[in-house]
Design a protein around this ligand. Structure first.
Ligand code: ZN
Length: 323
């Protein structure tokens, strides 16, 4: 049995779905954020299913975001459960603070380069530091290679790297039951944002190899998932997805529409990514500045790749113009 445990987060996304795999070893997939409230609710949810935190024998993490891994260290300490992740995620989880700091450095330089005002960048940087309290490090006992199988008494889950939403996105495929534990790779009610973070290797790109093209990486990952004979996706947020092909096709159509809209804006006059974001969404909240920048850059990458637009640097800020 796989039980969905819905755990509160302080983030706009709302609750996160953690999954309890009632098998041997007793396994929790994703943990919720590092907060007393999340820990309390997780404890209650486990008891509802006849278990306790110290019964956990294995903790599996789908990706590097706070709402999915924040409690991993505390739960592992309390239960002695082995922590299992994709091999590329292991160093991030083991030194969470240092990795978050380097991701923030990348975010800061990208924001300045793409026209976001310095005061917004500084505000976001200090907010990001405060947000980190909802994360935390955990020792990783086992790193899985892309495609490697994780065995249970009653099932086998294959770990598949599907970067894009984050560089470490991992889905876990039960081929026998046609069930995919999807993390935030595919969510029914919201389009997973391809947030730009440092590449970690493998399909997420070589570390240090320039700015990652997160949306293009994400679309490659979606194509791979689309081709799978999945009956049900158990997502990191919201309800299970029962028609992944239809949903993925809707996502592709959404990104095409958005790219076309951005191409239309740029055709009128050259614009920075920040100006494009403002044209599309108005003056967004400071917290959303990097999200919307990532969103715009993802689509700009598609257009540059197709030769429809090109980059031009003016005074240290990148503007996009029709090719
Ligand atoms: Zn996420």
């Amino acid at each position: 049995m796989i039980h969905c445990l819905s755990i509160p987060t302080p983030f706009a996304v709302g609750r996160v779905n953690c999954y309890l795999i009632d098998d041997e070893p007793l396994t929790l997939v994703d943990t919720g954020p590092n907060s007393g409230k999340a820990l309390d609710e997780l404890d209650i949810a486990l008891r509802d299913h006849g278990h306790r935190i110290d019964h956990l024998e294995r903790i599996v993490i789908t990706h590097q975001h706070l709402d999915h891994m924040g409690l991993a260290g505390i739960l592992a300490r309390r239960s002695n459960a082995e922590v299992v992740t994709l091999d590329l995620l292991a160093p991030v989880l083991e030194e969470f603070g240092a990795h978050a700091e380097r991701d923030d450095e990348l975010a800061e330089s990208l924001m300045l380069r793409h026209g976001i005002p310095r005061d917004v960048v500084i505000a976001l940087r200090s907010m990001s530091r405060a947000f980190r309290a909802w994360g935390g490090s955990a020792p990783v006992d086992r790193g899985l290679a892309d495609g490697e199988s994780l065995e249970f008494a009653g099932r086998t889950l294959q770990a598949l790297h599907r970067p894009g939403h984050s560089p470490s996105d991992t889905v876990f495929w039960d081929a026998e039951r046609s069930v995919l534990i999807g993390g935030d790779h595919l969510i029914g009610h919201i389009s997973s944002n391809p947030l730009i973070s440092r590449p970690l290797g493998g399909k997420s790109g070589e570390p240090g190899a320039g700015r990652p093209r997160a949306l293009m990486t994400y679309m490659d990952s979606l194509r791979a998932t689309r081709a799978m004979p999945i009956e049900i996706v158990l997502p990191g947020h919201g309800e299970p997805v029962t028609d992944h092909v239809k949903l993925i096709d809707e996502r592709f159509a959404l990104h095409e529409r958005r790219a076309a809209k951005i191409a239309g804006l740029i055709a009128e006059r050259p614009m920075s990514a920040y100006e494009i974001a403002q044209s599309l969404w108005g003056n967004v909240a400071v917290t959303q500045a990097y999200l919307t920048l990532s969103e715009v850059l993802g689509h700009v990458d598609l257009l540059v790749d197709r030769g429809e637009i090109r980059e031009a640097e003016v005074g240290g800020v990148i503007r996009y113009e029709a090719a």
